[in-house]
Write a protein that binds this ligand. Structure first.
Ligand SMILES: Cc1cc2nc3c(=O)[nH]c(=O)nc-3n(C[C@H](O)[C@H](O)[C@H](O)COP(=O)(O)OP(=O)(O)OC[C@H]3O[C@@H](n4cnc5c(N)ncnc54)[C@H](O)[C@@H]3O)c2cc1C
Length: 154
């Protein structure tokens, strides 16, 4: 059985920020994630949308380039290349985040099958092989909820 001061379920913006802060405070931290560290913002939300918007902005600027005395011609969007650019941005940031989490000695646990933790939110029932003094939920874009303390340290 693993024993941690703090276990965080969900490694999105909220989860990894809490993990970094916990580690900074000297806690032993486990960060459990079923997909990838970075969560919605990095992989599906803020970052991909901003990358796509940036490509669109460049296309739009090209169309209006003459207004600024710039000779340029818009031909078409190459969506394969646009998506490759977007994926490259995500990948770079993802690698950076993985390195940051590792460098702070946070135990990142991939749990694709939800095998480590079973939580019923309504009854706050927990069933887990991970023992910890504090649980944080970083799952669903809601403020964190400290579920309950299971500390039994001597
Ligand atoms: C299209 C889009 C664009 C956005 N643009 C912006 C923006 O420009 N600026 C901004 O501030 N916000 C933006 N947001 C909102 C931003 O993405 C969220 O506010 C942010 O991701 C919330 O972080 P979170 O950690 O609470 O949740 P999430 O990032 O959703 O993280 C939750 C994590 O928990 C994991 N998880 C869920 N269930 C389990 C389980 N059972 N076991 C293990 N792991 C689990 C998920 O895989 C996920 O990684 C955007 C969102 C979307 C959808």
């Amino acid at each position: 059985m693993n024993d941690f001061d703090l276990v965080i379920l969900g490694a999105g913006s909220g989860g990894y920020a809490a993990a970094l802060r916990g580690a900074q405070l000297g806690l032993s931290v486990a960060l459990i994630e079923k997909e990838k560290v970075g969560g919605t913002c990095l992989h599906k939300g803020c970052i991909p949308t901003k990358a796509l918007l940036h490509a669109g902005e460049i296309a739009d600027n090209t169309k209006h380039a003459a207004e600024f005395g710039v000779k340029a011609q818009f031909i078409s969007m190459d969506m394969l290349a646009v998506n490759a650019y977007k994926d490259g941005v995500i990948s770079k940031l993802h690698k950076g985040l993985q390195g940051l989490v590792k460098s702070r000695n946070i135990n990142f646990v991939e749990d694709t099958e939800n095998s480590l933790v079973r939580i019923k939110l309504k009854s706050t029932e927990l069933s887990t092989p991970v023992r910890t003094s504090s649980w944080l939920l970083g799952l669903i874009q809601k403020p964190f909820l400290v579920l309950r303390s299971t500390a039994n340290r001597s």
